[in-house]
Design a protein around this ligand. Sequence first.
Ligand SMILES: Cc1cc2nc3c(=O)[nH]c(=O)nc-3n(C[C@H](O)[C@H](O)[C@H](O)COP(=O)(O)O)c2cc1C
Length: 175
Amino acid sequence: MVSLNLNEISIEEVSKNFFTGMQKEWFLITAGTINRYNMMTAAWGGAGILWEQPVMYIFVRPSRYTYEFLNQNELFSLNFFPEEKRKILKLCGSKSGRNINKMEIDGLSPVSIKLLDEAIYFKEADLVFICEKIFYQDLNSTQIPNSVKNEFYSSEDYHRMYVGKILKCYRRNES
Ligand SMILES: Cc1cc2nc3c(=O)[nH]c(=O)nc-3n(C[C@H](O)[C@H](O)[C@H](O)COP(=O)(O)O)c2cc1C
């Protein structure tokens, strides 16, 4: 079922600047099924090409509840929101789904889509990518500069990188 407010677009039509769109505006990573999903705010990642396919990639620490969902499911979604949803992004970036039920957050309506597997995205997003996990790898601490380790990895919670092949892209109709 596709949300009424979002239109499917091709990758070529995506005009978002991911440098600001990720680091400054943030996004939600979602994985799971309509009966059991979780999401977290993220700011690190990117869009690119791997093995001749358009992909999105993200970095998630093993301590996140969302990490379990990413490992258990074949699909994940990236959801970018308008500024008025900032409060929700702050909530999903500061509280864990282990402690609150993120499926009950007001102001987010989940949409289920079945492709190779089920994916969940949000009706209120203005840009959505449904991705198939095609690769993951844990960041190897021996290859990280000491200055970065000191700044980001004092608890040795090294991110896992997930690369997702983009299966679908939805954008809010601007009219
Ligand atoms: C702006 C912002 C960006 C974040 N980016 C990431 C990220 O890229 N990767 C990550 O592992 N955690 C990131 N986090 C932290 C998670 O969103 C946070 O730990 C969240 O509570 C995890 O929720 P969960 O345990 O329900 O998965 C970010 C938090 C904020 C506020």
